[in-house]
Write a protein that binds this ligand. Structure first.
Ligand code: HEM
Length: 541
């Protein structure tokens, strides 16, 4: 074609484009925007690869001399096949179990140049989770990045020395004396939960209702008071802002991760959901700042309480006081408080919701738990005014076994992941290189028929001490394990036992759902496709 004498009307493709664009100019604009976005994403990926690539080679130099090993021979599972097999969210867990059975302990996949390795075996899980090497305890940025603008560099997302020093201090918030103080809060909130359930299930009401919202309200009340010192009855206005904002923030987060395209930062930042999300976050920050000020004022009024530094051990009522006494800056307190709320509210509420469902499905186990609970409530030495003490709660052995079994079948946090900044030595022949993201699939380990025969059956006696002693410690990981395992294990078990014991004391629990009616979906947390339905019959006590 002679471009010097180019006549657009003679050229068919040009005419088509010209007339199309004339007919609907907005289509051309949309196409241009999409092309620009595509270009932007490609550039972002290239820049990331360049930066991570440099980081990798810097780290590799640090470990010159790492042995040549079998890593290169470890086969890769085809990514497209994996995406295809996991296309249905409802059956993704079953697919995972099948793949784990077929592929042995390792499943290696490469995504956009990033290596991922599934370690589906308790020995391998122990190798990574028990390691104290700072290069083995890094949270993968590609998975945790979305959390950074929410919780900044709180305990859950920070690494290295910054993480270590904060962990040392925050561990004090979970010692026996601290938990003993929180137990009073658990009881108070459990009684409010029972009152709300009593209102919902009127006498002679034979209907089934969803109760998750009530369980979650109890969960937020507990975490607000134990972390912030925010008692709903005393700080009504702040409590209202806190509850609505935390709930909306959580809903938006689920919506974001459930709607694939909103995960892309560029789309997210321009969405109306993001605007609401940051406004809610601002509201939460303002409540926390007001609580920090109140707490500082209280401590100034009572100088004998102001201990500072390492002496902050025992004399605090809530985690905020501990942080102020440990001289955390306001910025660190904001991140840490939000971390605790995020780590500790939805996880326990969701665990209780599933546990009540398990008890409703297994009436004989429910009856045995109630018998135990009644015996403890009726013992005045253990339990005055229907207040469960730490000692009373530790006597609830049967209830605890049922809770642990429920968490085995449905671990709310279903995987643990680390990004290697130091090679991980598996044995003489295999060393996993720096840069790999290793994933421990807690949920698949819990369903292993070798360690848990008839894994789909609810059998609380698996958690009798003699049966636990026979099992590898890294077969059961609802709270993960090792130096980065959950800080709130005892907190969660005590809270869940208190709430459920109060409910069992007051109600008989029934459901008309079957276990297969409501598949569990792996989202940020493992959660049922919809809330379960329950009927609660008030007991005559
Ligand atoms: C049933 C309830 C809970 C479950 C299933 C759970 C599970 C977990 C898991 C699996 C991890 C490790 C994550 C990882 O290694 O990537 C973790 C970490 C953590 N959890 Fe929990 N958690 C629960 C409740 C709580 C509560 C109530 C709190 C505090 C009030 C809490 C605070 C934390 C913190 C601070 C971390 C980060 C620890 C660190 O990185 O050093 N969790 N949790």
């Amino acid at each position: 074609m002679d471009f010097n004498h180019f006549n657009p009307e003679e050229c068919i493709w040009y005419q088509e484009f010209y007339f199309q664009s004339n007919k609907s100019p907005e289509k051309a604009v949309v196409t241009a925007i999409l092309l620009l976005l595509l270009l932007f994403i490609v550039v972002q990926l290239a820049v990331k690869k360049f930066i991570f690539g440099k980081e990798k080679s810097r780290l590799s130099k640090k470990y010159i001399g790492a042995k040549i090993n079998q890593w290169d021979k470890l086969p890769r599972f085809p990514l497209l096949k994996l995406i295809w097999l996991c296309r249905d969210q409802k059956s993704v867990l079953e697919t995972g179990r099948r793949l784990a059975g077929e592929n042995g302990p390792f499943l290696r996949v490469t995504v956009l140049g990033e290596e991922y390795l599934l370690l589906n075996n308790p020995d391998l899980a122990e190798k990574i989770l028990s390691s104290r090497d700072f290069g083995h305890i890094i949270k993968p940025p590609q998975l945790y990045e979305p959390l950074f603008d929410l919780i900044g560099h709180g305990l859950l997302t920070s690494n290295g020395e910054a993480w270590h020093s904060k962990r040392k201090i925050m561990t004090k918030a979970f010692t026996y004396p601290a938990l003993k103080r929180y137990t009073k809060i658990y009881n108070k909130c459990a009684k409010r939960t029972v009152a709300q359930l009593t209102q919902k299930f009127r006498k002679d009401d034979k209907e089934y209702h969803q109760i998750n919202a009530i369980i979650q309200t109890g969960g937020i009340e507990i975490i607000s008071e134990t972390v912030l010192g925010l008692d709903v009855t005393q700080h009504k206005e702040d409590a209202k802002i806190m509850f609505t904002s935390v709930n909306r923030w959580k809903e938006i987060t689920f919506q974001r991760f459930g709607t694939g395209w909103l995960v892309v930062p560029l789309f997210w930042r321009w969405s109306s959901l993001a605007r609401e999300y940051y406004r809610r976050l601002g509201d939460i920050d303002n409540v926390i700042k007001r609580m920090i000020k109140r707490c500082r004022d209280e401590l100034t009024d009572q100088p004998e309480l102001k201990l500072g530094g390492n002496n902050a051990n025992d004399s605090f009522d809530n985690m905020m006081q501990l942080m102020i006494k440990s001289d955390f800056s306001e910025l660190i307190i904001l991140d840490e408080v939000k971390t605790m709320i995020m780590a500790g509210y939805e996880t326990v509420s969701a665990t209780i919701h599933v546990f009540l469902f398990m008890l409703a499905l297994h009436q004989t186990h429910q009856a045995s738990c109630r018998e135990e609970v009644d015996r403890i409530f009726d013992d005045p030495a253990n339990c005055a005014n229907e207040e469960l003490t730490m000692e009373a709660l530790s006597e609830m052995k049967y209830l605890e076994r049922c809770l642990l079994e429920s968490m085995r079948m449905f671990p709310i946090v279903f995987i643990t992941a680390r990004k290697l900044e130091a090679p991980l030595n598996i044995d003489d022949n295999l060393e996993i290189p720096i840069g790999t993201t290793v994933v421990v699939p807690n949920i698949l380990l819990h369903k292993s028929p070798i360690h848990f025969p008839q894994p789909d059956e609810f059998q609380p006696d698996r958690f009798l001490p003699e049966n636990c002693a026979k099992r590898h410690a890294y077969t059961y990981l609802p709270f993960s394990a090792g130096p980065r395992g959950c800080l709130g294990i005892k907190f969660s078990l005590l809270e869940a036992k208190t709430i459920v014991a109060h409910i069992l004391r007051n109600f008989e629990i029934y459901t008309n759902d079957k276990i297969d009616d409501v598949p569990m979906i792996p989202s940020i947390l493992l959660r049922p496709q919809r809330d379960f339905y329950f009927r609660l019959e008030k007991r005559n006590i």
